[in-house]
Ligand binder design. Structure first.
Ligand SMILES: [Zn+2]
Length: 460
């Protein structure tokens, strides 16, 4: 009896400690209100900005958004003057691979809780409020870390979105690529069972690969990806696919695919017509690969945001690779021209387009966070107007990922926003002129993060 009582006392103490700990880590106390006034506000819906805005943040959410003078601060509220600045919603990267890159190496050996947190802090530093890891996660840890970040336990980290383990054909999986995390899919029953394993993990989407890698591998058979899509839809999950071939893209659209994780290599009338029949299907940009090969002016001279977040040896390695010169440039130029023309055409046709960077991929040269800003520029260079590119990189990406409370500065949404020194509607490269970043209503300590990135022990 005495022992039981002691145990109960111990339990009470542990519970009390837990609650103290949890509340101490909460981003802002309830009842906390801040009124931000004077900024040019781009709310994320493509409409012209509110030139002299005011928005109120209470309990980590936007509660009122309008013109300065229209919104009164509640008693006791803090006021922040943002005159001369431009505010955009926190950016959303809809396709990345998180936790693999570290210094000059990339691989599963780097996949730790600490490394994922480091990457999410880099995203935060760059004004990216959330990033979706596309099928390269494994184990229980990523789901736990995702939930901790969502609960505000890591105020300087962007939202970590995980699809858990992707689903791939055996031919895609090897120990030295990120598909090592994937469920191997060989039968219809197995495909359905793998989707079922992800359902209780509260993922929003399933990632799969359907690509013959230029004819070098056997792609996932249609009956297998159809089973994945069917099982996912039965469980209210979306499916994102790596498939860039035009013919496969059409077959996937007919099979009710939800998201293309990469831009499709070609666009023709039939593809546009199929997208019209499937208006909820979306395409993520991922233009960075071919474009970086021919266009990387931010490496010479090195952009300050890169210099202050990436180790010199990593920068040097990429400078040695890009941009490609001489005859070798032709295939990349040709690939870029095709992708750029295609994405501009899809955008004009009203296809839902989000921004994905494929950052953190195994090539080891997609600097976490920076790639988002390079990708926004790529989309403008492809011919999409800056206002629409900003919608793609905020509201649309959030919508594709099922993050209803992200992507806009609007009442009810999570107060994730970026304060810029210049207007990105004038020049999309102004998204890099970051003054301050707020996540869940709390300012990210960028100076502290910067110091951490360049500490050789943790720099990436
Ligand atoms: Zn990828």
């Amino acid at each position: 009896m005495r022992e039981l009582r002691l145990m109960m006392v111990a339990c009470t103490i542990v519970t009390a400690l837990w609650f103290t700990h949890a509340s101490a880590q909460r981003p802002a106390p309830l009842g906390d209100a801040t009124l931000y006034e004077g900024a040019r506000l781009i709310v994320g819906d493509g409409n012209p900005p509110i030139e002299v805005s005011a928005f109120l943040v209470e309990n980590n959410r936007f509660t009122r958004v309008g013109r300065k003078g229209e919104i009164q601060a509640p008693a006791g509220a803090t006021r922040v003057d943002l005159t001369g600045k431009t505010v955009i919603p926190g950016l959303v990267d809809a396709h990345s691979h998180i936790g693999y890159m570290k210094n000059l190496t990339s691989g599963a050996e780097n996949y730790t809780r600490e490394n994922i947190l480091d990457h999410m802090r880099r995203f935060a530093y760059f004004g990216v409020a959330a990033s979706q890891a596309m099928g390269s996660d494994f184990g229980e840890m990523p789901f736990q870390l995702r939930d901790e970040i969502l609960a505000g336990r890591h105020p300087d980290a962007a939202r970590f979105l995980t699809a858990g383990r992707g689903l791939a054909p055996l031919s895609e999986i090897s120990s030295d690529n990120m598909r090592q995390a994937a469920f191997p899919v060989t039968t219809v029953w197995g495909a359905r069972a793998s989707v079922q394993e992800l359902v209780p993990r509260n993922v929003k989407l399933i990632k799969t690969w359907v690509d013959d890698r230029g004819g070098s591998i056997k792609p996932l058979a249609p009956e297998l990806y159809k089973a994945i899509i069917d099982e996912a839809h039965k469980n209210n999950l979306r499916v994102a696919v790596h498939a860039t071939d035009l013919k496969q893209a059409k077959e996937l659209l007919r099979a009710n695919i939800d998201v293309f994780a990469h831009m499709i290599s070609d666009v023709d009338d039939e593809l546009v017509a199929l997208f019209k029949l499937h208006p909820n299907a979306a395409v993520l940009s991922a233009l960075g690969g071919p474009h970086r090969a021919i266009y990387a002016p931010w490496l010479n001279p090195v952009h300050p945001l890169i210099a202050e977040t990436v180790l010199p040896e990593q920068i040097k390695r990429l400078q040695g690779r890009f941009p490609v010169k001489g005859e070798a440039i032709a295939p990349s130029q040709e690939a870029w021209d095709r992708l750029a023309k295609g994405i501009a055409r899809l955008q004009k046709a009203g296809v839902k387009i989000g921004v994905g960077t494929d950052g953190g991929g195994q090539q080891g040269d997609q600097f976490i966070g920076w790639t988002m800003h390079a990708e926004l520029e790529n989309m403008v260079m492809a011919g999409i107007p800056p206002a629409q590119v900003l919608v793609a990189g905020t509201r649309t990406s959030a919508e594709i990922l099922g993050q209803d409370d992200l992507g806009m500065v609007a009442a009810g949404k999570s107060a994730d926003f970026v304060v810029l020194d210049a207007n990105p509607l004038d020049d999309i490269k102004n998204t890099r002129k970051i003054s301050r970043v707020f996540l869940r209503g709390v300012e990210v300590d960028r100076a502290k993060l910067k110091a951490g990135f360049m500490n050789r022990g943790t720099a990436n």
